[in-house]
Design a binder for this molecule. Structure first.
Ligand SMILES: [Fe+2]
Ligand SMILES: [Fe+2]
Length: 413
């Protein structure tokens, strides 16, 4: 097997993008897979293939066999960019991961379950409890529901995230039941995460405020589309990405908890807060892995950090689609930005937090390239904040968009 192969799609303009949030972060510009392919160059052990985009940069409907699929555009597809010898780092960290990472998982018997927060369908009082839940949810405004649904859909695309972790060289679950610490982590992490979408889905179903069928369609489309995190099978890039994302979800669920409390739904606040606490625990584990990588290979890790930040951290659900709105993710992001559930400022704050968490400013003994990468990431948070302010000024005030998730009612972006 070729040790390193890359498929590169020609960049094309970003599809959509209306809000400040999407303007600053959606790392989702690029082209569609399609057209002819031809090798173009070889870089540092990776063979790249150029695939010329022949279609406009909107999502396309393609016919494969008898079925229609909605294929979303992706960035260049770079594979196996980590030098093969670095796989040894992860093999040698097996014992370390067992002692330092697996401890952040909670035993099933001590874990909360969605049922702990929901009316018990086997109890006499089920119907009354559901009525209470529905009454409590009446004060939740439409823009908040859009954020909650978007967060739920993001959680429900969990098969994609487990797949993503299993693309990473040196840490993937080779059999589906591999006993390595890395594989155990990935499966147990997935099992913990599985409760998030499950709980939010059941809550939203019972509250009766949203169009469940449209939401379910969005989930099916999203899992079918996958995601494009641009982690190149590299656990360096992969764990930087997950560190960032777990903190992003911690912030987002924490904010939906806070707002739920303000709107008078304390049970929903508890639900979102409980999920946020899981995300925090996962963030601790992933940031610890990257901390270890900084210790073992500071140069390689800081260069990977720069690479990931230059490409921008795409949100896991950036390919979402509901069968109607080709810019659904951008619209959802705009509402989350405006409401303050997840904002451009949060993105900069996460980066700043991680730079401090890993002591990036204090790294010593770096190569020239490593020092440049260090300088880039350390100076990035204020740059992002300046860009955010400018993007905010460009946001069209009062622009509205209908969301199928809430029966096409319009919400200010
Ligand atoms: Fe989650
Ligand atoms: Fe998570």
């Amino acid at each position: 097997m070729a040790s390193a192969c890359a498929v590169k799609c020609m960049a094309a303009p970003k599809y959509g993008g209306s809000g400040a949030f999407s303007a600053a972060f959606s790392g989702s510009n690029g082209a569609k897979l399609g057209g002819s392919s031809q090798p173009v160059n070889s870089v540092a052990g990776s063979h790249r293939v150029l695939m010329t985009a022949t279609l406009p940069p909107k999502a396309k409907e393609v016919e494969k066999g008898k079925s229609h699929f909605h294929i979303r555009e992706v960035h260049e597809q770079v594979l196996h960019s980590m030098p093969p010898q670095k796989i040894e780092i992860f093999k040698s960290l097996e014992g370390w991961a067992e002692d330092n990472i697996l401890i952040h998982l909670k035993p099933v018997e001590k874990s909360w379950q969605p049922q702990d927060f929901l009316p018990d369908p086997a109890s006499e009082g089920f119907i009354d409890d559901v009525k209470e839940l529905r009454e409590r949810s009446l004060e939740l405004p439409d823009d908040y529901l859009v954020c909650l649904v978007g967060d739920m859909i993001t959680e429900e695309a969990l098969p994609t995230y487990q797949t993503m972790l299993n693309t990473l060289d040196g840490v993937r679950d080779e059999t589906g039941a591999s006993p390595t610490s890395w594989a155990v982590w990935t499966r147990m992490w997935t099992a913990e995460e599985n409760r998030h979408g499950d709980l939010l889905n059941k809550y939203l179903y019972l509250c009766g405020r949203v169009d469940m069928r449209q939401i379910e369609k969005t989930i099916q489309y999203l899992i079918g589309s996958g995601m494009d995190p641009r982690t190149e099978n590299s656990p360096f890039l992969g764990f930087l990405y997950t560190s960032f994302q777990e903190r992003a979800t911690f912030i987002s669920h924490g904010n939906t908890a806070r707002f739920a409390k303000d709107y008078g739904d304390v049970k929903l606040a508890q639900i979102c807060g409980t999920i946020a606490a899981d995300e925090k625990r996962h963030e601790t584990a992933y940031t610890k892995i990257v901390e270890k990588l900084f210790e073992i290979d500071p140069d390689g890790t800081v260069i990977a950090f720069e690479d990931m930040m230059r490409k921008k951290i795409s949100m896991p659900a950036h390919l979402m689609y509901d069968g109607q709105d080709d810019n659904l993710f951008d619209h959802f992001s705009s509402v989350a930005q405006r409401l303050g559930v997840y904002t451009a400022r949060d993105y900069a704050d996460i980066l700043e937090f991680l730079v401090k968490r890993w002591n990036v400013e204090k790294l010593e003994g770096l190569s020239g390239e490593g020092r440049k990468a260090q300088d880039y990431v350390c100076k990035l948070p204020p740059r992002i904040r300046r860009l955010e302010e400018r993007a905010q000024e460009r946001v069209k005030q009062g622009e509205k968009c209908g969301f199928s998730w809430i029966f096409n009612r319009e919400v200010v972006l």
